[in-house]
Design a protein around this ligand. Structure first.
Ligand code: FAD
Length: 327
């Protein structure tokens, strides 16, 4: 991912799309068709595949990652959590990812261990995401490009939002970055002022850890009124009053909510695109495996590479993928 970012022309922008593994065979075949369509029409710089906490989706995540990387020839990033996971499962996921030609891992903690599980998490040596970053670097050197998560409004564990603060998080994010992270991807947010402050704070941090590292903001297209209320609550992201005031009058009309949602997210993207950046500007979209809203936003914000011919990295991807797989 970082090589592809570095190869982009200065001042350009890119985006990535996130997918989760469907539970059923029907869901998988729908997603396969959708991914094929979306990757051709939208040309993301890379895609990411989520990992169920504790390894609950291990096989399905790897299957989807295989489809993206090998069959569709997309640069793929596998999310990987480390708590409530045995070391064997972590090793297997990394080995399988490598065998599939995947070069990118988003190294995450996952849900905090609870009760007796806590000892298991600790016993295996994986308590925080930084432990996974260090482990991947130790076992695989520079083979994997490693991303880590960050929280523009502060990280909060479910049931403990009181701990949510950048003051608490940033020193750990410095450590996580110094341990070998190559890029930072953020939690979804709608409070663009909070994001501005967060990014400025990282870029100007006295440690110098965030001077040039890609910081990719996480964007959640608004699919429905209920969903946005629920996800912002779960992720402890603020829904600013000016956004609530635009959504509330149309809350009963799903199509209107989507339309206003496209306006809202497009405005956030446009605002961030205009901020100065030491590297090309990227945006990560939590697609929830849905196609329409993200497509409208990408079109509106001019994020789709103009034509496959202009996107040299997309053309290079296929031969590079063969080189990787066949050594
Ligand atoms: P960490 O970096 O370990 O941080 C967690 C918290 O602990 C922070 O508050 C941090 O400040 C604090 N902390 C860190 N180190 C220490 C320390 N030494 N002492 C005390 N406090 C410390 N979850 C999934 O299960 N599957 C996914 O696919 C997934 N994808 C995600 C993608 C993105 C872009 C993001 C932002 C999150 C994703 N998550 C996913 C959720 C993530 O696993 C949770 O938010 C988790 O609670 C924290 O993960 P982390 O990697 O940020 O943890």
């Amino acid at each position: 991912i970082t090589s592809k970012i570095a190869a982009l022309p200065p001042g350009s922008s890119y985006f990535s799309l996130e997918f989760f593994p469907p539970k059923t065979a029907m869901g998988s075949s729908n997603l396969r068709a959708r991914l094929d369509r979306m990757s051709r029409a939208l040309r993301p710089l890379f895609v990411t595949v989520t990992w169920g906490a504790g390894g609950s989706t291990a096989d399905k995540s790897l299957e989807l990652a295989e489809l993206c990387q090998r069959e569709l020839g997309l640069t793929t990033c596998l999310h990987l959590t480390c708590t409530n996971m045995s070391k064997e499962l972590v090793d297997r996921a990394l080995e399988d990812a490598k065998a599939l030609g995947i070069r990118n891992i988003l190294a995450l903690r996952g849900d905090p261990p609870r009760g007796e599980e806590y000892d298991m998490g600790k016993g295996e040596g994986f308590e925080w995401a930084i432990d996974l970053v260090k482990y991947i670097r130790k076992q695989y050197g520079d083979y994997f490009c490693i991303g880590v998560a960050a929280y523009p409004e502060g990280h909060a564990d479910e049931g403990h939002p009181e701990g949510q603060s950048l003051e608490h998080d940033i020193p750990y994010l410095v450590e996580k970055t110094k341990a070998g992270a190559d890029f930072i991807m953020t939690q979804l947010f709608f409070d663009v002022e909070a994001y501005d402050k967060f990014e400025t704070r990282l870029r100007e941090h006295e440690s110098g850890a965030f001077k040039t590292i890609p910081i990719i903001p996480g964007m959640m297209p608004i699919q429905s009124y209920q969903m946005i209320k629920r996800t912002t609550k779960l992720s402890h992201a603020k829904l600013p009053t000016n956004i609530v005031d635009r959504l509330d009058p149309v809350r009963g009309d799903d199509e209107m909510v989507k339309k206003v949602g496209v306006d809202i997210v497009s405005e956030i993207v446009t605002h961030i695109k205009e901020r100065p950046s030491p590297c090309p500007r990227g945006f990560h979209f939590y697609t929830l495996n849905l196609e329409k809203a993200v497509s409208f936003i990408l079109e509106r914000t001019d994020l789709i590479p103009t034509s496959p011919a202009d996107d040299e990295t997309a053309i290079l991807e296929v031969p590079m993928h063969h080189l990787t797989v066949n050594g």
